[in-house]
Ligand binder design. Structure first.
Ligand code: F6R
Length: 259
């Protein structure tokens, strides 16, 4: 642990829920409130969004709030954390497809406000593309809220173990645990891409507010290490211990080893 990193972790940063449903609804409500507050002030809101199993119920609830309780996404500008590389956006395993299926296809977000770090054959210079992704976030004043899941190896976004805390959006190699966890979705390990484009750790930690959602027993071990263990690039999520703007939203099972 570097000397200038201090653990700001305290019980206020922990939100524990009996069920995954309650935890997800809490997160959806936090996002909805922020969207509405900004809307009332005539402002847009910049959201950093995650994919994977964890946020599915959050998105389901946001869609419900849009359909039944007139929550509008007209002022939302979104940036997704990551996308596989290479992958076609119409591939049903792409995160572009995922976001359309679970959220964007059901709400009134302006399609031109959606950003997913997708690189296709039209993009000649990946580094330049990634820099433009970072610049776009900064030019909008940064992320107002970043939603995170956590990988069983401690990754946030696809910042795998060993990722520098000063990393920004870039092409990354996926860790064996990450690829193994995606195997059942892709049908076989060979089909899981070797690489992805991911926002960096530095991109994430600059968000004004960060909600890390972890659900289920399979996340309990990494949650215990990331929240209570050493702050180390080997567990990228451990950097969050140093930040005052982080809330860990956990169901009982994910929190079972830290109680
Ligand atoms: C996804 C992402 C990843 C996931 C993590 C957990 O955009 O950035 O860090 O949040 O791999 O995935 P699930 O939720 O499927 O367990």
């Amino acid at each position: 642990m570097s000397n200038n990193l201090h653990n700001t972790f305290n019980s206020k940063s922990l939100k524990l829920w009996d069920s995954s449903e309650q935890a997800s609804i809490y997160v959806a409500n936090q996002i909805a409130e922020l969207i509405s507050e900004h809307r009332k002030q005539g402002k847009s809101v910049v959201l950093g969004l995650a994919t994977g199993n964890t946020p599915k119920k959050v998105y389901q609830e946001l869609v419900r709030l849009h359909q039944n309780e007139s929550l509008s996404f007209a002022n939302v500008i979104s940036f997704n954390l990551d996308e596989y590389y290479p992958i076609f956006p119409d591939n049903d395993m792409s995160y572009t497809y995922f976001m359309q299926k679970y959220l964007f296809g059901h709400v009134d977000i302006d399609p031109s406000n959606i950003h997913i770090p997708h690189v296709d054959s039209n993009v000649e210079d990946i580094e330049e593309y990634c820099k433009a992704y970072e610049d776009k976030i900064s030019s909008l004043g940064g992320l107002d809220l970043q939603l995170l899941g956590i990988g069983r190896n401690g990754h946030i976004g696809f910042n795998e173990p060993g990722s520098s805390f000063s990393s920004t959006t870039r092409l990354v190699d996926l860790h064996p645990v990450t690829r193994a966890d995606a195997e059942s979705d892709f049908g076989s390990l060979e089909k899981v891409p070797q690489q992805a484009i991911s926002m960096g750790v530095h991109t994430i930690v600059q968000a004004k507010r960060i909600l890390l959602l972890a659900l289920g027993e399979r996340k309990s071990e990494i949650i215990s290490k990331a929240l209570r263990g050493e702050i180390t690039t080997e567990i990228p999520a451990s950097i969050l211990q140093t930040l005052p703007q982080v809330e860990y939203v956990l169901d009982n099972e994910a929190a079972s080893l830290i109680k």
